[in-house]
Design a protein around this ligand. Sequence first.
Ligand code: BG6
Length: 526
Amino acid sequence: MIPERVEEPQVCRLSEARRTVEPCSMVIFGASGDLTFRKLIPALYHDFKEKLLPAEFRVVGFARREKTTESWRAELRQALEQFSRTKPVDEEVWAAFARHLFYCQGDLADPIAYARLEQLLSAPGNPALRCNLVCYLAIPPSQFGLAAEHLHRAGLLQRNDPANGSPRGWQRIVVEKPFGHDLASAQALNRDLTRFAAEPQIFRIDHYLGKETVQNILMFRFSNALFERLWHRDAIDHVQLTVSEAHGVDQRGGYYEEAGALRDMVQNHLLQVLSLIAMEPPVSLDAEAIRDEKVKLLRSIRLFSPEDVARHVVRGQYRAGTLNGVPQPAYRQEPRVRPDSNVETYVALKLFIDNWRWSGVPFFLRTGKALPRSASEVRIQFRRTPHVLFAAQCGPKLDPNSLTLRLQPNEGIILHFNGKVPGTTIAVRPVRMHFSYDAEFGAYTPEAYERLLLEAIAGDATLFIRRDEVEIAWQIADSIRAGWQDKPLSDREFYAAGTWGPVAAEDLLAQTGHAWREPMVIKPST
Ligand code: BG6
């Protein structure tokens, strides 16, 4: 018998896993804030553990609170206990990592604090640790300009185009969302920052772009001839993008009152995922080529007129309800939320992309808090078969084919098609082909920030948002907000926590004979 030959899948590497990262320092502004403890330090710890950081590097935490390097390290160690994705924390790795961490106490508006920072960075060692800097602004956007100006004055930030190199090393600024609260404020932030740093030095974070499955959208689309051939209006009926969250706003009521679901999720994460799903193939995989295509796509999204908003956008806010038998408070009862708040915790919308590929194909997007489960997925629904063979018996009951890109959790890709039910009767029913990340690749689940911080250190801007991208995304969000005209929420716009949103969101699809597909319940395969 000829033994079955099992072929090792051939891996086509487009970039080196361990790229050259130059010695540098990362200065974290807002070093005593939540983000530093929950995300940034755990991410750097894991990057260090994986030996992905430069051999020589420093992390300097800058914040107003009185602390010493030792006390900051002790706090970070404790936080790691809670927020590290791998447990237990490896003491040996931590001890080695902690030697790279330093604290600089200071006020963002105080020039002397920046002089202290400069001194700390100039400590004996490789001179690159003084001039190659990643400045992470984990501070309110209103202070981005202030920090950039002081850094510049202290000689720590030179405006240059990193592509041309500089004898004074390179400096990059990483900024968190929210990047403004509308187009005008985002433009103002861009003006503030670009006074002291050139656009290629600015790395605007959208942590969704750091997620493996989101990065896989481009690889999946453009490395497979099979699906890309179907990726257009002739084959696709509509697209659904759901980012649902089971939790409410928890302790973030203060922030959320200023944001709401449209600004918090749609303007950034949902539009980013959408642009990857719908963009044209880039001419290469470099940052500018990819971002050019995303921008082109965002520009082709039809802006909403007030009439479109009335017809195509549904907002909602959760009332008290129950989730898995556990009572949930109403949004208006959450800490730091106004008791008569009109902020939306849910948005569903139908949008059109006015280009050749997508003309006439509706894209339905929805996101909300206090929904029945947390899951993010994109469902591409193909057109129905022509009604020939099955029309009489099944008619519209025959499920159209669809492809689900499951972004989280239990990441994977699922193809839904119809198959014959075995037996003497002739019956068809939907079946699935399921690719699951963990079954195929094992449990490799780096946090988005692990990747994003490394990219910023390496100077690759592919996974960051460019100035024009952020501005167009605000234009789209603003056109929706303008349609709401600060009108108070009507009764129809509330939904009970633990349900799939206001009834009007169902009508949004029902108008055209569609229905939302609930995100799938998928069990981990390992
Ligand atoms: C953040 C939002 O950007 O993304 C949060 O501010 C939201 O409100 C979070 O919960 C969702 O991120 P993830 O990675 O949990 O899907």
